[in-house]
Design a protein around this ligand. Structure first.
Ligand SMILES: Nc1ncnc2c1ncn2[C@@H]1O[C@H](COP(=O)(O)OP(=O)(O)O)[C@@H](O)[C@H]1O
Ligand SMILES: [Mg+2]
Length: 500
């Protein structure tokens, strides 16, 4: 469906400021349709003198007369005459017309839309006595308000400049309406408005009292009347009840002056909405707090292990504990990162970088320095994937240091390359230019703890695959900053995208 702006640009030569005025009108006209219980159309004068429908709205309070979308169509001769008359005379025109869905004639009201000194479009309202609502006090009151707004539209007082209702939560006519006179005295309160006021403790009959006497939305109304523009205010009567109000002044021109004739307050009980917002906020904060505590607990565990290691004599035992401490610190790192995040997702690179630092600090021997670096990006990963992957990378880094650059070697470099496939799969390569794999190396025969951990996590927990091969210089020399003197090892992991 084309937008108003598209239609205007294609068919008319209306200027941008007028178009902006019409845009503001459209952001408010749901309320107008609701007050008059009828469908409304906005007609633009096209370059060849026709009136073309630029936008259409249906009332939430009444039955629609149009089964089809009329945007982009041209007014028929009967309607054209009335619309044109409103356009020329700058006055509201009423008459009868036909619609496809009904045999009997329907009423049409054509309202000229004024912007500054000229009429820029015509608004029509179409309704039928037959499909209309039985007139009661609510109907009469709403139609009177609609009448006020009609006059405001044709004298350029509505819509208000730059005041767009936030459509997602802004109260609508169906949520509750209070009609005020110029002294903010309640002239009418719709049944829903009465219920909403009940919930904030106003149980007396509101009619005849001022908002100040009732203690409801009075400052908002005062500001709206003083500034002659709508004011949105949310007020919390107790921690349980929150009302959202939007007070719109009704205005009239009197000579060169603009006077406030009264106003309407649309009000909506948003308690449930706000309660959910608050719950979400606290849930988020709680999750972050828990990650923080998990991190602290893991740090405590690793300190305890370190204390224990100090009392050991066996070199093998000391090393085993040092390895465990590093694994625990790696998991703590993930929780640390998660404790700063709003959700359960983390940018993987934020973990890989500190992980490299951890290894750099913990595993380096000064006699055979190893340079660690990372390139690429792993995107965002859920914690359930990031945690095992971090442990896997740690093991691979550790192996690169332990086996690629054993005692007596000269050191070298280790590179982690992250990448994301089009289908969302993650590739991780850990490349070293060290001594390389033994000629009889077989992944299937590996009995060491490190690769067993890697295999279990990658294949069973992450449903991925592992490949280990010799890193020939050709395969790495260009972008991977690997020295030419080592064949080295490449470990390649492929982790399919997680679907939830
Ligand atoms: N980057 C590497 N370079 C050379 N050999 C490696 C590399 N990674 C693993 N290996 C070989 O795989 C074996 C198994 O590793 P792992 O399961 O981690 O046990 P561990 O490290 O305790 O020996 C190692 O002993 C080593 O022979
Ligand atoms: Mg190992």
């Amino acid at each position: 469906m084309p937008t108003l702006v598209e239609i205007a640009h294609e068919h008319s030569d209306i200027d941008e400021a007028s178009l902006e005025h019409l845009g503001s009108l459209l952001s408010e006209w749901g309320m107008l349709a609701d007050f008059c219980f009828a469908d409304m159309l906005l007609h633009l004068l096209s370059a060849n003198g026709e009136f073309i429908v630029g936008a259409q709205v249906r009332a939430a309070t009444g039955q629609t007369l149009y089964d089809t979308d009329l945007v982009g169509t041209v007014a028929d001769p009967i309607e054209h005459k009335m619309i044109d008359q409103a356009f020329q005379t700058q006055k509201v025109v009423t008459g009868e017309t036909k619609v496809d869905s009904l045999v009997e004639p329907v009423n049409l009201m054509a309202i000229p839309v004024r912007f500054e000194e000229r009429i820029v479009a015509v608004l029509t309202r179409k309704w039928s006595q037959r499909t209309g609502r039985k007139p009661g006090q609510l109907e009469r009151t709403y139609l009177a308000i609609f009448d006020d707004f009609t006059k405001m539209i044709s004298t350029g007082l509505f819509p208000f400049v730059g005041r767009v209702a936030d459509a997602s939560v802004a109260p609508r006519v169906g949520d509750g309406v209070i009609v005020l006179d110029a002294e903010t005295r309640v002239r009418y309160a719709s049944p829903n408005a009465v219920s909403a006021m009940h919930r904030v403790g106003v149980s007396a009959n509101a009619v005849g009292q001022t908002l100040a006497e009732l203690g409801v939305a009075e400052t908002a109304a005062r500001h709206a009347f003083e500034r002659r523009e709508p004011v949105v205010e949310e007020f919390e009567q107790s921690s349980d009840v929150t009302l959202l109000t939007r007070t719109i002044p009704t205005l009239r021109r009197s000579g060169r002056q603009v006077v406030v004739t009264g106003g309407v307050v649309l009000l909506r009980d948003v308690s449930e909405l706000r309660r959910r917002d608050r719950l979400l906020l606290t849930k988020d904060a709680t999750i972050r707090e828990i990650h923080h505590r998990v991190k602290n607990n893991l740090q405590t565990i690793s300190s305890l292990l370190r204390l224990q290691a100090r009392r050991l004599k066996s070199q093998e035992a000391i090393e085993a504990i040092a390895e465990s401490v590093r694994r625990i610190r790696t998991i703590a790192l993930v929780h640390e990162t998660l404790s700063h995040e709003a959700g359960e997702d983390i940018s993987f690179i934020e973990i890989v970088r500190p992980l490299l630092r951890l290894v750099e600090e913990g595993l380096q021997s000064t006699d055979r320095p190893v340079k660690f670096s990372v390139i690429g990006d792993g995107g965002r990963l859920p914690a359930t994937v990031a945690t095992p992957l971090s442990v896997v990378i740690l093991e691979l880094l550790q192996n690169a240091v332990d086996h690629g650059f054993p005692e007596g070697s000269r050191g070298g470099s280790v590179l982690v390359v992250l990448g994301i496939h089009e289908d969302g799969a993650l590739t991780i390569r850990v490349i070293d230019n060290g001594r390389g794999l033994k000629s009889d190396f077989e992944m299937a025969n590996v009995t060491g703890l490190g690769l067993s951990i890697v295999r279990t996590l990658v294949t069973t927990e992450l449903a991925g695959t592992i490949q280990m091969r010799a890193a020939k210089v050709s395969d790495s020399a260009k972008d991977l900053t690997i020295a030419k003197d080592g064949d080295g090892t490449v470990v390649e992991l492929l982790i399919p995208a997680v679907r939830d």
